[in-house]
Design a binder for this molecule. Structure first.
Ligand SMILES: [Zn+2]
Ligand SMILES: [Zn+2]
Length: 186
């Protein structure tokens, strides 16, 4: 697994995002996915995705814009936001991803005890980092995993997130390796 030097994973904070949060997210992305990371603002605001009835942001159009704006050489883009996200069939989401695509997003707000400021302590920090890694996993074509401790397990609540480890299970690791090889020969 040796991705070309032109390829990196972009981490894109949108709106007010605590800069210190990006440090552990970068470290974990580099550990799990073995691509270099770069922090880059790709969108100035999220107003286009705001739903006034729900007072939340629809994540799907945000992903489409991010994928459009991703620079050449960016293999994936992870947006980090501190606003509440939804998709129409769910009351809220921790994040969303384009399966096998380029863009994904994670929100801190529901993983942060509903506080308006970001709590950089545990378990909040680990929850956010795990869900960021989870969403990126989908862009590498990983689907939800039944193993409760695997990063790709689907979490309905914070307790589920806390039960996950900071690792992919061995099955998801094999699938990720295959996808990495496929991307490297492209
Ligand atoms: Zn998922
Ligand atoms: Zn797994």
């Amino acid at each position: 697994m040796s991705p070309g030097s032109a390829h990196n994973i972009i981490i894109s904070p949108i709106g007010d995002v605590t800069p210190e949060l990006l440090v552990p997210i970068r470290e974990e992305i580099e550990r799990i996915y073995e691509y270099p990371t770069k922090v880059m603002g790709l969108l100035d605001d999220l107003e286009f995705a705001f739903n006034t009835n729900r007072n939340q942001y629809h994540s799907t159009p945000i992903l489409e814009k991010l994928a459009d704006k991703a620079p050449a050489g960016a293999i994936k883009v992870l947006a980090v936001v501190e606003v509440d996200l939804f998709i129409p069939i769910l009351t809220h989401v921790y994040g969303e991803a384009q399966l096998g695509g380029k863009a994904c997003i994670v929100s801190t707000i529901r993983l942060n005890d509903g506080r308006s400021y970001l709590n950089m302590q545990e378990p909040f920090l680990s929850r956010i980092v795990k869900e960021a890694i989870h969403e990126l996993g989908h862009t590498f074509n990983l689907r939800h995993c039944r193993e409760h401790t695997c990063l790709m397990h689907y979490c309905r609540n914070e307790q589920d997130v806390d039960r996950k480890s900071d690792q992919l299970c061995r099955y998801c690791k094999v699938l990720l390796d295959d996808e990495m090889k496929r991307l490297a020969v492209k």
